[in-house]
Design a protein around this ligand. Sequence first.
Ligand SMILES: [Zn+2]
Length: 196
Amino acid sequence: MISASVALVHPTAEVSPEALIGAGTRIWHQAQVREGARLGCDCIVGKGVYIDFGVQVGDKVKIQNGALLYHGLTVESGVFIGPGACMANDLYPRAITPEGRLKGNDDWAVGPTLICYGASIGAGAIVLPGVTIGRFALVAAGAAVTRSVPEHGLVAGVPARLIGYACECGRPMKLSPPGWHCPACGRELQPGEAHA
Ligand SMILES: [Zn+2]
């Protein structure tokens, strides 16, 4: 059901009547939101985004054009998902069983994936199933995340590696013992906070 005060669902978007959409959320051209998906308030769902059945999304989440959010994913509030990013859900992808039969939904296990409050997923990044991306973590564009990322963790590359820590403002932090310091906004991150 779509809340009466939804600001906008573009006429070309396809939102299941069994999806729950919060007030103020805007869903743009050709996006698809499937049954059992739940989006909070004041989200932006860009052109061509795919939100699979049962995906849970918090408030004030920005999902940029063409991002793919597959079943098994939970996205907390304040998360940014860049254009073309893919949240995959099958760690052992095969079209067929070893016997050659087409695989159905019961033939594989979904790896649950959690993206925590305030985190960002860069453009074109791939997040493999079964990982947790910590609060305010930042995944660089094009990265392939194969394991969990700590709070504020800044990861890049294929496979993604921890290369530093990111501030709430999105900038990389500088090591300033005993913690980390943001040269852009002055916030501090204590060593205890910079862990999963
Ligand atoms: Zn900052």
